[in-house]
Design a protein around this ligand. Structure first.
Ligand code: ADP
Ligand code: MG
Length: 557
């Protein structure tokens, strides 16, 4: 094909597509504009996952009537003026791309009023063109309404997930903005339901309370440290408070929410030796450093940044958190109770009698021979002898496999064993979790959970599946919701739930087992359909064949 310059309409759509990936990207850009305009109150509304309608209203400085059209021109900005400014950006926006990008992929209405004008200005844009402009009254500030996102962008529309999922992205985004700006009053309405409201009193702990509940808010430890390069402030969890995923880690650099593997690693490194595998801390970390020390202009959505002195920032963050942890006495973490005959340790119903109606795993089924227990290694592995050599069995992975098969079999027969709680447990969901909860209510009920709404984002847990009796209920439910919301896993929902329950119900590494318990565990493992792999696909055992042993000892060549 001949080389030719693309028409401006196509160019603007391509560019818009880079900035606006999904409804939450629109909300992000609009909130950033409100914050740059000095707003102290920001209200966000979304309907139909944001595709139908999104509206962000603020009480910021507003836009002068004479400049309103200009704001929708590509590369029109009031925030930087020259190349030098680009080197030290202090505002959240700077490219002048957001409003034109949004207008290129949706219908936009804007109503704005500055303090110096007697009346506000209203503008309506369709397909990026102004179709109406008039004077209208409004208190000082700006409201932008976006309708029918991606209507003329079917390729993008096709890739959006369900309204519930898009809502959960919006809720997560607004939560992060609220954590970054505790002095701003945020209010989020999803499908007319109040999903989040912060007071704007400037206290980060109060925002954490609002998002993650009072228990977390009370237990979080204060981080506050300054060195030559950076000031690191925020809240981080004690080692006894953790989650099974990283969605409770938030990083802000000069108040910009960033995705940074470097900062994640620095934080987790600070917990080295304090957390078990698969556990992650909760943290809200603000890093402030001179604007020249970072480049925020490396990604269309501005979610990634580059530090000039990466290693120094890494060390500052790690040290700031580690010092807080070193000052905090560590309470012993409770292992999951485990004993033969207890609620969670019953011999399983014979799974083989009634086949579950779906494929449990794609791994080849390899039967396990009958094993003789020799002992336990490092309170973690069972040492056993089989007809052909030695077996080392990972007790946690093996138990996970047993529980996974058991809970799926119970589920497919609609016979999940339930444990009622004498005292219902109150759980406070984050706005994002609540969206997932609402979408997954039935699925959770099928697996034995009774969870009832209890005002705002509080819920009462009245019953749980028996296989996780004794484990930390709040942790289990948050892990489950996170796994259900994750877009990384392609597994069907019932497998995700079973995996998560099995992982939480299973005995831990480090737990001493009696001979009887080890015998029972291997016996039950022998009866599973995939005894050699845990539900995540990791091996449950290592086999050293008799031949291999002879070879290693030089008995045969
Ligand atoms: P950028 O934020 O990169 O400057 P945008 O396209 O997001 O680009 O916005 C263009 C301009 O419109 C901004 O520079 C700002 O002057 C003005 N503007 C946008 N939203 C608001 C708002 N909520 N309040 C005041 N001014 C705004
Ligand atoms: Mg902007």
């Amino acid at each position: 094909m001949m080389i030719k310059v693309l028409a401006s309409e196509i160019v603007s759509k391509i560019a818009a597509g880079e900035v606006i990936e999904r409804p939450a990207s629109v909300v992000k850009e609009l909130i950033e504009n409100s914050l740059d305009a000095g707003a102290t109150q920001i209200t966000i509304e979304a309907q139909g996952g944001g595709v139908e309608m999104m509206k962000v209203s603020d009480n910021g400085v507003g836009i002068a009537s004479s400049e309103l059209e200009l704001a929708f021109h590509r590369y029109a900005t009031s925030k930087i003026g020259n190349l030098e400014d680009l080197e030290k950006i202090s505002s959240l926006g700077f490219r002048g791309e957001a409003l034109p990008s949004i207008a290129a992929v949706a219908e936009v209405e804007i109503l704005t009023q500055t303090s110096s004008q007697s009346v506000g200005t209203y503008l309506h844009l369709t397909k990026g063109e102004v179709v109406r402009k008039e004077s209208r009254a409004r208190p000082q500030g700006t409201a932008v309404t976006v309708h029918r996102l991606f209507r003329y962008f079917p390729a993008r529309l096709k890739f959006l997930r369900s309204p519930n999922t898009e809502n959960s992205h919006i809720a997560h985004l607004v939560s992060q903005c609220a954590l970054a700006f505790p002095e701003v009053k945020f209010s989020l309405l999803l499908d007319k339901r109040q999903s989040l409201r912060t007071t704007g009193n400037g206290h980060l702990r109060d925002v954490v309370n609002e998002l993650y509940g009072p228990e977390v808010a009370q237990r979080m430890l204060k981080v506050e440290q300054k060195d030559d390069l950076a000031a690191v402030t925020g809240l981080t969890s004690p080692p006894t408070l953790m989650r099974s995923n990283r969605s409770y880690l938030s990083f802000f650099v000069n108040r910009r929410w960033v995705h940074s593997p470097l900062l994640t690693r620095a934080t987790e490194d600070a917990y080295h030796g304090l957390l078990m595998d698969g556990q992650h801390p909760l943290a809200v970390i603000n890093i402030s450093l001179p604007a020249q020390e970072l480049d925020v202009n490396i990604h269309p959505t501005k979610a990634q940044i580059k530090f000039c002195h990466e290693q120094t920032v890494f060390r500052s963050v790690q040290k700031a958190i580690r010092e807080v942890l070193d000052r905090t006495p560590i309470a012993s973490s409770k292992p999951v109770p485990f004993s033969v005959g207890s609620g969670q340790w019953q011999s399983p119903r014979m799974i083989t009698d009634n086949e579950p109606t779906f494929v449990v795993s794609q791994l080849p089924a390899l039967e396990l021979p009958v094993l003789r227990i020799l002992g336990q290694l490092a309170n973690t592995y069972i040492i056993a002898e089989g007809p052909d050599g030695l077996y080392l069995i990972d007790q946690h992975a093996a138990h996970e496999r047993i529980l996974y098969d058991r809970i799926l079999a119970q589920w497919s027969q609609k016979e999940v064993e339930v444990q009622g709680l004498l005292q219902p447990i109150t759980i406070e969901f984050s706005p994002r979790e609540e969206e997932t909860m609402r979408a997954s209510e039935e699925a959770l009920a099928e697996f034995g959970f009774t969870i009832e709404p209890f005002g705002d984002r509080s819920y009462l847990i009245r019953a749980i599946p028996a296989i996780v009796a004794g484990a930390n209920v709040i942790e289990i439910v948050s892990a489950l919701l996170d796994s259900l919301a994750s877009s990384e896993s392609l597994n069907p929902w019932q497998e995700r739930i079973a995996q998560s329950l099995a992982c939480h119900g299973a005995i831990r590494a480090g737990q001493q087992l009696s001979n009887e318990e080890m015998k029972e565990l291997t016996k039950q493992l022998e009866q599973t359909k995939q005894p050699r792999a845990c539900p995540h696909g990791r091996p449950t055992m290592i086999h050293l064949s008799a031949h291999r042993l002879e070879k290693e000892f030089g008995r045969v060549s």
